[in-house]
Design a protein around this ligand. Structure first.
Ligand SMILES: C[S@@+](CC[C@H](N)C(=O)[O-])C[C@H]1O[C@@H](n2cnc3c(N)ncnc32)[C@H](O)[C@@H]1O
Length: 409
């Protein structure tokens, strides 16, 4: 197979799989031939509800891979009791799916919010206790809303908690929304709940939706929207939101249900999450890798959750992101990217047994990965090209991604 996804190759993939039965992840085993896989799931084969099942939708995250894709390669290349590493673990898709299958996992990420999200998704949890803690925090906001519509000074609200960037918060939230978010935050900080991380995820998800922005630009809004606007998502005039309570309530209920669903599937397999630059962190012994690395100059992984960093006072380590969007896609940026990714893989591959699998999912339109394979000296078992042609929301553009299947020599 060619290494990068050429247009001819893309046409071949679309034609070859037009009538073929899509792979059902749960049916894959180590004996399933790679050639029999059809990973070109269409919306009707793998609806959004399944792609975002249980904790995979605790909080939006731009740039994750779908759990069914990870499940296919976990089932094909790993056994329960083995350990898979994801050096760019993001929102934790590899870790959640590995745990479901009884496979130990170790995930690394440089972005503090992603680490918080992964820990919230994968921690052991008693859903009844979580529900009670969530109810307490929601009730604290309800009580404040009832007390004569008090709108305290922002600085008063902030004195007893971690430092936050109040300029950012004043800029992006209507006063009522901000008061509700800060009351929820204070309730979490004061009560010291057992499930603080999950509560923080609810807070951040509500904070994302409650920003003064349009319904169609929640990913990277540039300026607050304070006036009514024509909404492309709803085909009518909409107004920026003034409150956060409806989001807190909605996401609180949704989160409790999702966490409970995953807890019923959770196994005793270990999940280890490390907040570190994977180019420098200590690496333990592993059996293989499944990952989707940051791509060159594409997504800013800190910026997409800016509200969380400001609200929770999380440490910003964007300068350590590999392939940071701010560094662009020049030839120099691409070369540096290849070296940086190869360096990370090299460090992890050293901790694997010979023959161990390295599965890398990347939309490699610049054809950078064959050189990365050369730099680390792995053997290429196969490269699969996958047509991603889902049609949901505004992100309905079809594209190709490659799955590189390498083996340690
Ligand atoms: C494509 S995303 C991974 C998404 C993940 N597969 C998922 O399903 O959620 C790449 C991740 O690499 C992380 N990253 C970038 N540079 C890093 C570095 N130097 N060390 C560790 N993680 C890094 C980013 O923060 C981002 O979360």
């Amino acid at each position: 197979m060619p290494s990068g996804a050429s247009t001819r190759e893309e046409t071949r993939v679309i034609e070859a799989y037009a009538d073929a039965k899509p792979t059902i992840a749960a049916e894959v085993s180590p004996e399933t031939p790679l050639e029999s896989l059809n990973l070109n799931w269409r919306e009707r084969d793998l609806p959004e509800k399944q792609r975002t099942k249980h904790v995979h939708r605790l909080h939006p995250y731009l740039g994750k891979f779908i759990p069914q894709l990870v499940e296919v390669f976990l089932r094909k290349y790993f056994q329960p009791g083995q350990t898979v590493a994801d050096p760019f673990a993001g929102s934790g898709t590899t870790l959640v799916q590995a745990n479901e299958l009884g496979i130990h996992s170790i995930g690394y990420d440089i972005s503090a919010f992603n680490v918080l999200l992964m820990r919230a998704k994968t921690e052991r949890c008693d859903p009844a206790k979580l529900e009670s803690e969530v109810r307490d925090a929601i009730n604290a906001v309800r009580r404040t809303n009832c007390t004569a519509a008090r709108i305290p000074e922002l600085d008063d609200e902030m004195t007893d908690d971690e430092p936050v960037d109040s300029d950012y918060l004043r800029h992006w939230y209507a006063p009522e929304a901000l008061r509700e978010l800060l009351t929820f935050r204070s309730a979490i900080m004061r009560a010291n709940p057992r499930y603080e991380l999950i509560l923080k995820v609810i807070l951040c998800r509500a904070a994302r939706s409650a920003r003064l922005t349009t319904h169609f630009d929640l990913d990277f809004p540039k300026q607050p929207t304070t006036e009514p606007y024509y909404c492309y998502k709803h085909s009518r005039t909409c107004e920026p939101t003034r409150d956060a309570m409806k989001f807190l309530e909605r996401y609180a209920a949704d989160t409790v249900a999702r966490v409970a669903e995953f807890q019923a599937l959770r196994t005793d397999a270990d999940v280890t999450i490390i907040h570190a630059d994977s180019a420098k962190a200590r690496v333990a012994k592993i059996d293989g890798i499944i990952t989707s690395p940051p791509y060159v100059g594409l997504i800013d992984y800190h910026e997409q959750h800016a509200y969380a960093y400001h609200l929770l006072g999380l440490k910003d380590r964007r300068s350590e992101e590999i392939g940071a969007a701010a560094n662009g896609q020049s030839e120099r940026a691409k070369r540096k990217y290849q070296e940086a990714i190869a360096n990370v893989f090299d460090r992890f591959v050293k901790k694997m047994p010979s023959g161990g699998p390295i599965i890398v999912v990347a939309g490699d339109k610049h054809n950078l990965y064959p050189r990365i394979a050369e730099l680390i000296g792995v053997e290429t078992e196969a490269v699969l090209h996958r047509h991603v042609n889902r049609r949901t929301g505004r992100r309905n553009n079809a594209f190709f991604e490659s799955v590189f299947i390498w083996r340690k020599r």
